[in-house]
Write a protein that binds this ligand. Structure first.
Ligand SMILES: Nc1ncnc2c1ncn2[C@@H]1O[C@H](COP(=O)(O)OP(=O)(O)OP(=O)(O)O)[C@@H](O)[C@H]1O
Ligand SMILES: [Mg+2]
Length: 458
């Protein structure tokens, strides 16, 4: 009998979550390696790389179609993916998404910067075509930045008139400081699984509060210094791991704390015990010609929608575990053999190590070649993958479905509270950003939430 998966989520993204194309590419590369490893080693394991949850893009597209349908019924969808102009030619994810949408019968899509949207006769257009659904690749603060230079009235029209998925009113709930509400005042309105998976979090400024075990903290700054190795400081509206200060990796406590207080808008969060979300993978060092076991940290993004969980992106790297911070996207497989995950991992790691440096090196070359061929690249090189997949079971998937279902419901409860002004002390945004958010309340309409899990599957 398998137990519950371990760990906590590090954040929820509700503004404009991405990552829906990378997993499929990691799967192609990972299954290529697996076939060769299985054949050469004969390891007694059955792994499934083709679960629908490991290819989120088609289900993300379906989400856009649900949003389209709610407004336009059976009309032909014309979907505009709106991104900042300088990203149009180099963010592969958006390019691939639009290519995929255009490959579907009866669907049209375009990738544009927001100035290409136009309003005519109370409808939204790109050129001669009437747009039926818009996905915006940036957050509300970027709209304000662009507004200083360009006319954003068509985008704001699209937001206010319900063309934009996600509704922009969701973004405030994605502030990392909302986890303070979940781990204090709003606890009683949240599901058990949400409470269990949310790490203790407090907005970081000189104040009194309560600590993870409920005891009084007279001075949060002093408490943070005293508990430094077990804490992490993160910008409330951070992304890609930027600005994160990891207690146990940062020896200069005073300087770090001063920095966070000076920049402002930081949270302090309990550091999630590293062993929960670490995994061992066979790894190659080309220079020393060694094949060995290396411990990596992992990050398990769950995509949650109005119809439940639609997929994952599984990342690995150091801390922070972001591709932008030197990490990679790894393949994941569902274990079809009857044994615990830990046993499958052991068998697979042993089998790969036994194949030896030269053989595994050839597999790695083929993986890298495939990466470049299918566009699984970041900046100058192939995005890293691991020689074996992350392994989960159907039982874990069932648990994640319940977790995701509750997360959606609880985020909706929090949005209701924010609309009523009851979350103001946890969501500090500018008046202009609030204005944009209030143009388009979410209220449970089709949308995408990405919850980043520092999870352990055993
Ligand atoms: N409470 C925590 N305990 C331990 N590590 C953490 C914690 N929170 C974040 N991290 C580390 O920092 C990484 C990024 O965290 P988080 O998702 O909160 O920030 P982010 O900058 O919004 O990232 P992204 O936008 O890439 O998802 C995690 O993958 C993990 O490596
Ligand atoms: Mg994250």
């Amino acid at each position: 009998m398998q137990g519950q998966f371990l760990g906590y989520h590090s954040e929820w993204n509700l503004g404009s979550p991405g990552g829906w194309v990378y997993q499929k590419m990691a799967q192609e590369i990972g299954s290529l390696a697996w076939k060769k490893i299985k054949k050469a080693s004969g390891v007694d394991l059955t792994l499934d790389f083709d679960h629908t949850l490991l290819n989120p893009l088609p289900l993300f597209a379906k989400l856009l179609f649900r949003a389209h349908k709610a407004k336009f019924g059976s009309e032909k969808p014309f979907i505009a993916l709106v991104a900042e102009e300088e990203t149009l030619e180099n963010v592969g994810e958006n390019i691939k998404c639009v290519q995929y949408l255009n490959s579907l019968e009866g669907v049209k899509a375009c990738l544009i910067d927001p100035t290409k949207l136009e309003v005519k006769d109370n409808s939204l257009y790109v050129g001669k075509d009437r747009v039926t659904c818009v996905f915006v690749d940036f957050n509300n603060n970027v709209i304000l930045k662009l507004k200083k230079k360009h006319n954003m009235s068509a985008l704001l029209f699209a937001i206010q008139n319900g063309f934009v998925t996600n509704p922009r009113g969701m973004e405030p709930i994605g502030a990392k400081s909302v986890f303070e509400a979940i781990t204090s005042d709003c606890k009683h309105q949240m599901s058990e699984s949400t409470i269990k998976r949310t790490p203790w979090t407090r907005q970081f400024y000189p104040r009194q509060t309560t600590c993870p075990n409920g005891k009084k903290i007279p001075d949060l700054i002093k408490w943070t210094k005293d508990n430094w190795p077990n804490t992490i400081l993160k910008p409330v509206h951070g992304y890609s791991g930027k600005g994160i200060i990891i207690g146990h990796k940062e020896p200069n406590i005073e300087k770090s704390i001063k920095h966070a207080l000076r920049i402002g808008d930081y949270i302090v969060q309990e550091f999630i015990p590293i062993d929960i979300w670490a995994e061992e993978f066979p790894w190659l060092d080309r220079e020393s010609k060694k094949l060995f076991i290396k411990k990596w940290q992992t990050d398990f993004r769950c995509f949650v929608t109005d119809v439940g969980m639609i997929g994952f992106v599984t990342r690995f790297g150091g801390i922070p575990t972001n591709v932008g911070s030197g990490g990679g996207v790894q393949s994941t497989a569902v274990l079809r053999s009857k044994m615990p995950v830990s046993e499958a991992v052991k068998r697979l790691n042993d089998a790969i190590i036994k194949l030896g440096f030269n053989f595994v090196s050839e597999i790695q070359d083929e993986m890298d070649k495939k990466s470049v061929k299918i566009g699984n690249v970041y900046l100058l090189g192939p995005i890293m993958n691991t020689l074996r997949p992350r392994i989960i079971t159907e039982s874990h998937i069932e648990q994640l479905r319940t977790y995701s279902h509750n997360l959606w419901k609880d985020a909706l409860t929090l949005e209701g509270m924010w609309i009523d002004g009851k979350l103001a002390k946890y969501v500090r945004i500018s008046e202009e950003e609030e204005e944009i958010a209030r143009l388009a309340p979410w209220r449970g309409k089709p949308a995408l939430i990405a919850a980043d899990g520092l999870f352990g599957f055993r």
